[in-house]
Write a protein that binds this ligand. Sequence first.
Ligand code: CLF
Ligand code: SF4
Length: 306
Amino acid sequence: MDHPVLERTFRPKEDEAERVFDHLRKKHPCLGEAHGTTGRVHLPVAPGCNIQCGFCRRAFNGEDIRPGLASRLVAPNEAVDFVTRALELCPAIAVVGVAGPGDTLATGHALEAFGRIHERFPDLILCMSTNGLVLGRAILRILDAGVSTLTVTVNGSKPDIVSRIVSWVADDGRIFRGKEGATLLIRRQLEGIARAAEAGLTVKVNMVLIPGVNDEDVGAVAAAVSGAGARLFNVIPLIPQGIFRDTISPDCEALRQARDDAERSLPVFRHCSHCRADACGIPGLSDFSKELYGGVLSASQTFSHG
Ligand code: CLF
Ligand code: SF4
């Protein structure tokens, strides 16, 4: 067990995990204390996805296959240049995140970009968002790339709810639909969170709140992910699009109720800016994405896992 990464996969002592979380919270704008003072840049470096969420527009506008998609993404070998420029635009940036437009682990692009950034900027916090489908099997590669904080988007704890949100799940060359796909996804998400927490990664969970679909399930999701080792919970109101284009976004009361339900199991982050996959600046205060990406990416709506 002399490999440094393998050594780090031992479950850290709880006080050590708490110490790491406290340290990160002072610098990371999405973990609580540093909100409003430090910034993040998102690199839209993840091109594809391995599941299909009903509220995600990617499959509806053909972005996955349309010629020209590459020009709207950051390539892994461009990542260091974009981060260098982002730091010039906003020196308060403490975190580099990848939050879309696809899933960070569906391709190798995000981890390659993180590895390059970690080598050049070892003091920046690297933050990765994922749907969690293949998280458990990627832990060593995630650690090797220098990532320290994860967001896993978990939108339900029960197959009958998740199957209304996720139409298919692709795994090992097979497509799983309906409750079969939902069951696989939920199991992998909880296993992935548990392995990530054991490895010393700080895990936050995002849940997209869809009125009439998963609003009754928030407390159960928070309890399940807390049991797996997540440290923070964030409720994201639905942006009505895709198959949920006629669903009304949750109002303030619904959001408050959801946060209260989650807070029975986990601390809740209440300052989320619902960032895009190409955000740059201090969340809620400044946005340099047009300056950074030349306005090309900003012209196109992209869903961000955040
Ligand atoms: Fe980005 Fe997300 Fe990391 Fe933050 S955003 S990948 S955890 S660095 Fe933050 Fe933006 Fe809300 Fe996300 S305000 S959407 S919670
Ligand atoms: Fe994939 Fe994320 Fe879109 Fe869901 S929301 S289909 S996980 S890119």
